[in-house]
Design a protein around this ligand. Structure first.
Ligand code: TEU
Ligand code: CA
Length: 548
């Protein structure tokens, strides 16, 4: 398998709006990121991925772009960007930005022109129809077709109505997006995370979808359209191959069976992608806000299936949370009495799998979900629209509040808790979104002063992984597959042989019941003292004793 810098890198995702405010307006910004570059260097991450920083009306907090080649007013200026990029490179780190090619903001001048008249040169930059051709629905409630009275036609938007879908059938649209990529690569950016990339080619015969099976609609209708891989290869040849950069696709609609269509290095399309199979593991029949229990055996099988599906031909991100999902320690761990142990266990999983580990801001200090008491306190357009839909239908919104508290994206968007000072040291002003009140005890300052903190667990294991190619490139085998409490697996190659044993439960177990560790020695545990028992949320790494 080819070895590359981006395969050996650990990525840290920053959601700039919530990372650090440097000018007191309550909104995170590039100046705040510059202030924290030494903190990130100390942690030991290699690549910073910034959620979108381009001009935007922030209907979807930057994922609605009104100018792809200029910095969002709230985040600062292009000079701030240049200073931040220089600071990142001076510290030996790299920067990838978040490209949003599937849709623009409705305030982008392309759309402002397109909607003016049916014969406007920008008309077919977007999808316009006299009547909605099918029953497609938006991710953010309601129809995916919005009526525009100016030309008395409907335009397509798979997300909010302020995010009209761009028409990639139009070669001018494709060229515009390649020009955007060249612009940032020429400034020295090291790559892109590319938003909802599988959607840029859709089923343009617009078949109806089964409203009771949105995941099927995503995979078969919204994503993976007939010209997708033609576009991805064209993008690769027109842009990517001209720079030493990395492209990472957000793989909504990608499954093990079609993953290599995107990331097989011989196909010259994308370098890597991340999938959502584990991230949607608790979606019930009614989707995200109809959560159900999930089984560890299912979770383990997903990681195992993806490992074998991608094999040695491709590369995937390994993540457990990001700005679209709840905090991982609340979702997969125990954010109560075992918060520290379970956060360290999840860090062990992230950092001992084959793939590019992706740490979401705040996970390194074990930040948890927040519980806002009313739906009005939530900012996310997905929740605002759903709340309005429930109220319009006269439904009791109590169950929705409960589901949003558990599943909502704002759980991951509360401002980073830097210290126990007012507003967690995030801002001197009024934060754009309320902080989690537990910032008084869960914050970076406290973590940095405690050598047993989650921060130093990440730092130490990050460093170990970087010096242990087996954990990066080695093979993987699931062990104790049937266990609903323990996730155990082996990682090995000619240079090393490791066992990882993770107790995903509050229970104390006999470790010998699960894996034979006779020829191995304990390398590390998230508990400081030893025990014959595998303790609650204990994470152990064993290394095979090398016979001299
Ligand atoms: O996300 C697309 C996506 O798959 C998730 O947003 C998820 O389906 C959605 O949150 C509904 O639960 C990307 C970005 O990561 C997300 O923040 C944007 O809202 C979305 O695209 C539109 O740009
Ligand atoms: Ca600010």
């Amino acid at each position: 398998m080819k070895r590359t810098w981006w395969k050996e890198s650990v990525i840290y995702q920053i959601y700039p709006r919530s990372f650090k405010d440097s000018n007191g307006d309550g909104i995170g910004d590039l100046g705040g990121i510059i202030e924290k570059l030494d903190y990130l260097k100390n942690l030991g991450v290699d690549i910073l991925w910034l959620s979108p920083i381009f001009k935007s009306p922030n209907d979807d907090n930057g994922y609605d772009v009104s100018d792809y080649c200029d910095i969002m007013d709230e985040f600062g200026t292009m000079t701030d960007f240049d200073n931040m990029l220089a600071g990142i490179h001076q510290r030996g780190m790299k920067l990838i930005l978040d490209l949003v090619p599937n849709h623009s903001s409705d305030e982008h001048h392309w759309f402002q022109e397109s909607r003016k008249s049916k014969d406007n040169p920008y008309r077919d930059y977007y999808f316009w129809e006299k009547e909605p051709p099918s029953n497609w629905t938006s991710f953010f409630s309601g129809s995916a077709w919005e009526y525009d009275e100016l030309t008395e036609e409907y335009y397509l938007h798979l997300f909010s109505k302020k995010q009209p879908d761009l028409n990639w059938e139009n070669p001018k649209v494709r060229q515009e997006m390649y020009d955007v990529m060249h612009f940032w690569f020429k400034k020295g950016v090291d790559g892109f995370r590319i938003d909802v990339l599988p959607f840029i080619s859709k089923r343009l015969d617009f078949p109806n979808i089964d409203p009771n099976n949105f995941d099927k609609a995503i995979v078969e209708v919204y994503a993976n359209g007939p010209r997708l891989h033609e576009y991805l290869h064209e993008m690769n040849q027109a842009v990517s191959t001209k720079y030493d950069i990395m492209t990472m696709g957000e793989g909504i609609g990608v499954k093990p069976h079609n993953a290599l269509d995107y990331i097989d290095e011989d196909r010259e399309e994308l370098n890597m992608l991340y999938h959502f199979d584990h991230a949607t593991i608790n979606y019930g029949q009614g989707g995200k806000y109809d959560p159900v229990d999930w089984k560890l055996s299912t979770f383990k099988q997903i990681f195992t299936d993806w490992h074998h599906a991608v094999g040695e031909k491709g590369w995937i991100n390994i993540f457990l949370d990001n700005h679209d999902f709840p905090r991982m320690v609340s979702r997969y761990g125990n954010d109560g009495i075992y918060r520290t142990e379970s956060a360290k266990l999840l860090a062990t999983l992230l950092l001992t799998m084959r793939g590019a580990p992706c740490i979401y801001q705040g996970s390194e200090i074990g930040m948890t979900n927040v519980t806002f008491e009313t739906l009005e306190e939530y900012d996310d357009v997905e929740v605002v629209n759903l709340h309005a839909e429930w109220k319009a239908a006269g439904k009791d919104t109590t169950p929705l509040l409960k589901a949003v508290q558990q599943q909502g994206r704002d759980n991951a968007r509360t401002p980073i808790q830097w210290s126990d000072a007012e507003n967690g040291g995030f801002t001197d002003g009024t934060p754009w979104l309320k902080l989690n009140p537990n910032y008084t005890s869960i914050n970076a300052k406290t973590a940095l002063a405690d050598e047993q903190s989650i921060f130093y667990f990440y730092k130490n294991l990050l460093a170990y992984r970087k010096n242990t190619p087996t954990l990066i490139y080695g093979d993987y085998q699931l062990l104790a597959a049937e266990s609903e409490k323990v996730y155990a697996y082996r990682r090995w190659d000619e240079e090393g042989d490791f066992l990882v044993i993770l107790n995903f439960s509050d229970d104390q177990l006999f470790s010998s019941n699960f894996v034979n560790t006779d020829d191995y020695q304990l390398l590390q545990s998230n508990y400081t003292n030893r025990s014959v028992f595998l303790r609650s949320w204990e994470a152990r790494i064993y290394r095979k004793i090398e016979l001299i």
